[in-house]
Design a protein around this ligand. Structure first.
Ligand code: A2P
Length: 265
């Protein structure tokens, strides 16, 4: 049976067409698909993405990696060999159909932060996805003087999506001018040699992150944070931000940092 051709599209769901697929490693890929007319979201939010597997739809939460203004939708995904969704999703090709539930949501949005000068985006693995959206949104640069994207992976090959993003922004007709030198990319790896190595938590704790960037240590008056990674990474990074005096916010109560688990499956 062809799992990519829905037998019947469930109610309350968009059925979109895959436009482009790029594989980075045997564990990571991104895809772009059509954006439904009338589908609105805030940069940094996630949606439920799915495929018909046999007669049944299977969904997982996915951060939307494209910015709110983009005419297409982009997603950055892990490949789990026996994952209920990603074992199938990793095989999609242009022209295939992907399902998306209609309501996006999430806490990694600019509205959940109080005004500040410097925005830190701390990510590991596919946790870079919501930030791929936010670093391509002009509003991020209207609200902050400096935007620091940290991305930590086990291996250098897993950083490619982030490098490509920054390159895309630098070459983009409008974004390049708007972003100027406000965006700082800080990639690190933990299991290979590279120009920057180590967990982001260690680099915050020992001050190397700030020394490398030439910025002062975390300060609740000027600095804001967004964190996206594994449950353990969120817990450890959150503790360091709280130690520096930042408090966690939410859509209903903006504050100095927000967190969201990077999704798997
Ligand atoms: P490490 O190689 O030291 O485990 P994963 O694929 O397991 O989610 O890991 C992605 C990246 O996040 C790896 O570089 C990993 O480092 C790092 N990482 C894992 N757990 C934590 C944590 N609790 N705090 C900070 N970084 C973490």
């Amino acid at each position: 049976m062809n799992v990519h051709t829905p037998v019947k599209i469930p109610d309350g769901v968009y059925a979109e067409t895959v436009l482009d697929v790029e594989h980075y490693t045997d564990r990571l890929f991104r895809f772009r698909m059509t954006r439904p007319a009338g589908f609105r979201f805030r940069s940094g939010e996630f949606a439920m993405i799915g495929l018909m597997v046999g007669e049944k739809p299977v969904y997982r939460a996915y951060s939307i990696a494209s910015p709110a203004w983009d005419e297409e939708l982009e997603f950055f995904s892990i490949k789990v060999p026996d994952g209920p969704l990603t074992s199938h999703l990793q095989k999609i090709k242009p022209g295939d159909t992907v399902l998306m539930r209609k309501k996006p949501t999430g806490t990694l949005v600019l509205d959940a932060l109080t005004p500040g000068k410097r925005l830190y985006m701390f990510s590991t693995g596919t946790g870079i996805a919501p930030f791929a959206s936010l670093i391509r949104d002009p509003e991020t640069y209207e609200k902050f003087d400096e935007v620091i994207l940290t991305h930590t992976c086990r291996e250098v090959a897993e950083l490619k999506y982030g490098f490509d993003l920054v390159e895309e922004i630098r070459n983009h007709e409008f974004l390049s001018e708007l972003v100027g030198d406000k965006l700082k990319h800080y990639p690190t790896v933990t299991r290979e040699e590279f120009s920057h190595t180590g967990r982001i938590t260690d680099l915050i704790e020992n001050g190397k992150l700030f020394a490398d960037l030439g910025v002062p240590p975390l300060n609740p008056e000027t600095d804001r944070g967004m964190i996206c990674g594994s449950a353990e990474m969120l817990k450890d990074t959150k503790a360091l931000l709280e130690k520096a005096g930042l408090t966690e916010g939410a859509n209903s109560k903006p504050a100095e940092f927000v967190i969201e688990r990077a999704f798997v499956g």
